[in-house]
Every structure is written in structure tokens, then in C-alpha cells.
Ligand binder design. Structure first.
Ligand code: G6P
Ligand code: MG
Length: 219
């Protein structure tokens, strides 16, 4: 193992609740629909525009708005989301992550962020973690969102490591699929039923250690 490719939302910090809160408010205010709780996990790892389109489909409004109108709604959601994440601090880093980053640095493993979020640099700054990573892949530069492999390939390229020498860490089904499609080893965080395609699954971030990742890689 020469590199580790990190998803952000749900792996480094728990922002899914803020995404869902913002999407729910947008859906209620602009579309007059209530999103079911299941949407929180359905939208994990899914890009902003793809999430917006899934919500429009759920509301049976997919052909009602122009591309500009859809874009404006997605921007409004992001404004609501930014308001929530501006309060993030180091205390919001998920358990075990700081320790894992230290262990990986000691072992000279290159670290790259492979998040679908355009807010990843801002969030890492808020958490005080930006300097710990060697690279952050820019989702605006890749053609296809997760479950396509693009963002994981870009994240591996940015640290000059072959994806086959990398372990990717993900909490979303679409993300695990993307890691596997990139040719990296997938470690899932969460339910082993939901993340059954991962090479190894841990129940929570507190279980992520250098040795768990190394063992997943050698398996
Ligand atoms: C992550 C989250 C998704 C979110 C996506 C885009 O993958 O899990 O819920 O939609 O990033 O985030 P952004 O901050 O760019 O809207
Ligand atoms: Mg995630």
C-alpha cells in the first residue's frame, strides 16, 4: 500500500446530516415536497447536480425546470449547506481519523482526498486538516461522478501512485463501487450489508487503523 484515497463526507466528518437538512429545506420551500428520511443515505456520495435531479425525479418534476433554474436551486441548497458547515471545528473530525492520519504519515503513505464535494477544501480547512493531505482531487475536473471511478483515479494521479497500490475509504455504496472500478482496494465504513462490495468493512471510523488498511490491501 502506497497511497490512501479518502472520501470526506461520512469518513472524515459527519456532514450527511447537514446535506440532508439543506436538501429538505430546498425541497419544501421550492418544490413543496417532503423528502423521506431514506434520502439521507440515498444521496451519499452523489454530486450536487445529480442529487438535485434525483430530488426532482422523486417530486415528479423532472421536466418542469430549465437547466438555469435547476442550477439556481442547487446553488440555493449550497448556500444553506455552507451556513451549516461554517460552524465546523476540529471537534467535528470523526473518531479515529486524526490517529489514522498520523499513523499513515509515519509510514510514509501518500494521502489524497477523493470527495464529490466542491466544498472539500473549505471543510478540511475548518477541521484543521488541510495540511495533512498531499492532494485533494477536484470534482469539477472529472467527467463522471461516483459510482464512476473518475474521482478516485484523479486522486491517485495527484499523488503519483497507481490506483492498484491504493486503498480507498468510503461510507457510500456508490463510493465503494467507484473505488473498485478504479482498481483500488475498498474499505467500507458502515453496514456490511449496504457496503457488501467492499474488500473489508468496519463498523465505524474508530476502527480504521494503519494495520486494518494494510491487511485489507494484502488480503
Ligand atoms: C458528497 C456527499 C454528497 C454531496 C456531494 C457533493 O459526496 O456525500 O451528499 O451531494 O458530496 O457535495 P457539494 O458540497 O459539492 O454539494
Ligand atoms: Mg461519503
Amino acid at each position: 500500500m502506497q497511497g490512501v484515497l479518502f472520501d470526506l463526507d461520512g469518513v472524515i466528518t459527519d456532514t450527511a446530516k447537514f446535506h440532508f437538512k439543506a436538501w429538505s429545506r430546498l425541497a419544501k420551500e421550492k418544490l413543496n415536497v417532503t423528502l423521506p428520511a431514506s434520502f439521507e443515505s440515498d444521496l451519499k456520495g452523489i454530486s450536487r447536480l445529480d442529487s438535485m435531479n434525483r430530488i426532482l425525479k422523486f417530486a415528479k418534476l423532472e421536466n418542469k425546470y430549465s437547466a438555469d433554474e435547476i442550477d439556481a436551486m442547487a446553488q440555493y441548497k449550497n448556500k444553506l449547506y455552507l451556513n451549516e458547515i461554517s460552524k465546523l471545528t476540529q471537534k467535528d473530525i470523526l473518531p479515529g481519523i486524526e490517529n489514522l492520519l498520523d499513523e499513515l504519515a509515519v509510514n510514509k503513505i501518500k494521502l489524497s482526498v477523493a470527495s464529490a464535494s466542491k466544498n472539500a477544501p473549505f471543510i478540511l480547512e475548518k477541521l484543521g486538516l488541510k495540511d495533512q493531505f498531499d492532494a485533494i482531487a477536484d470534482p469539477a475536473k472529472v467527467a463522471h461522478g461516483k459510482p464512476a471511478p473518475d474521482i478516485f483515479i484523479e486522486a491517485a494521479n495527484k499523488i503519483h501512485v497507481d490506483p492498484g497500490q491504493c486503498v480507498g475509504i468510503e461510507d457510500a455504496k456508490a463510493g465503494v463501487e467507484a473505488i473498485k472500478a478504479a482498481g483500488a482496494i475498498a474499505v467500507g465504513v458502515g453496514s456490511s450489508t449496504d457496503l457488501s462490495e467492499a474488500d473489508t468493512v468496519v463498523a465505524n471510523t474508530g476502527e480504521l487503523t494503519y494495520s486494518v488498511l494494510e491487511q485489507a490491501f494484502r488480503k
